[in-house]
Design a protein around this ligand. Structure first.
Ligand code: FES
Ligand code: FES
Length: 152
């Protein structure tokens, strides 16, 4: 076990865990942030996507020991009142069905738009390609990303 001092959603938090523990389990089981979801556990579905210093990352394969002093942002910390342009666009387009994949989808979309505020259709498809949705909400996701881009 070892102590890790993490910066999560603007707060400094400490955990005493095995260094190989994936960040996803730290967030969900130790820090009570269940918005980030477990899907595949092998970096194949995107359900566990968070931001590390603003870049979209798969938290299910990221050992806590690799985080260092980078800033972690989860869906709970994307905006203070849930009104990030991506979240608003998701509501406007009524994107979610079961909702399970959607935190990861939103985090990937937010990271894309931070880097590229006017993505082409191909760029949206390429960026969102690794986030799977078993409910098939892809058409609405794409429309919502376009709406969010206009409001960033
Ligand atoms: S749970 Fe991490 S990519 Fe699927
Ligand atoms: S909304 Fe159900 S898995 Fe995407």
């Amino acid at each position: 076990m070892a102590t890790f001092n993490l910066k999560v959603n603007g707060k400094k938090l400490s955990v005493d865990v095995d260094p190989t523990t994936p960040l996803l389990w730290i967030l969900r089981d130790h820090l009570d942030l269940p918005g980030t979801k477990f899907g595949c556990g092998i970096a194949s579905c995107g359900a566990c996507t968070i931001h590390l210093d603003g870049t979209a990352m798969r938290s299910c394969i990221l050992p806590v020991s690799a985080v260092g002093d980078k800033k972690i942002t989860t869906i709970e910390g994307l905006s203070e009142s849930g009104d990030h342009p991506v979240q608003k666009a998701w509501l406007e387009h009524d994107v979610p069905q079961c909702g399970y994949c959607q935190a990861g989808q939103i985090m990937t979309a937010a990271a894309l738009l931070k880097e590229n505020s006017n993505p082409s259709d191909d760029e949206i498809e390429s960026a969102m390609n690794g986030n799977l949705c078993r409910c098939g909400t892809y058409t609405r996701i794409k429309a919502a990303v376009k709406t969010a881009a206009k409001n960033m």
